[in-house]
Design a protein around this ligand. Structure first.
Ligand code: COA
Length: 149
């Protein structure tokens, strides 16, 4: 995993558009880079196969986006990226990671639970579109405990 740059956005966007139901736009990624968010790509044999965007706050950070190319899913990349993100956040004195996930996103929910995230809240009807609305589950992972043990 390495830091994402503007030159990576085309490759990241093509994975994003293929794997996310409601993909981020190019502007979402360039804004994240411009804002100094912690943006990473994971490479396999020199090709970008995954990405993640972390928004740091005071002592905490929020995982805004994570995706793995379909051809690389279920091979441990998502879990590996989460572990690396936890280490990076801990090194930056961030003690808790938050995220929001669609209640129906079983793959992501399972990944997050296995990585040590627990549900701490629910935002009813948070995701809205023409088809209706869906709850967002708010999950958190305490990093201090991880770094100690
Ligand atoms: C969620 C996502 C990032 C997981 O990436 P991944 O590289 O496939 O994850 P891993 O291989 O590390 O999987 C870790 C564990 O998560 C669970 N998991 C992952 N994908 C799963 C799926 N499709 N169904 C059920 N469980 C799944 C499994 O427990 C898996 O371990 P196992 O393979 O040993 O059973 C990937 O599916 C993805 O990009 N999805 C689309 C984008 C998305 O939903 N992002 C999150 C919300 S922003």
């Amino acid at each position: 995993m390495r830091a994402m740059t503007l030159a990576d956005v085309d490759a990241v966007l093509s994975i994003e558009q293929a794997v996310q139901i409601y993909p981020w736009s190019r502007g979402n990624f360039t804004d994240a880079l411009d804002s100094g968010y912690l943006c990473f790509v994971a490479e396999v044999a020199g090709e970008i196969a995954g990405y993640a965007v972390l928004m740091p706050g005071v002592g905490e950070a929020e995982l805004l986006n994570i995706g793995v190319a379909a051809s690389h899913q279920r091979q441990g990349m998502g879990g590996g990226m989460l572990s690396a993100l936890c280490k990076i956040a801990t090194d930056k004195q961030l003690y808790r990671l938050f995220l929001e996930v669609r209640a129906s996103n079983l793959a992501a929910l399972t990944l997050y639970r296995r990585a040590g995230f627990e549900q701490v809240g629910v935002r009813r009807g948070y995701y809205r579109d023409a088809q209706g609305s869906e709850d967002a589950l708010v999950m958190a992972c305490e990093l201090s405990g991880k770094s100690n043990g």
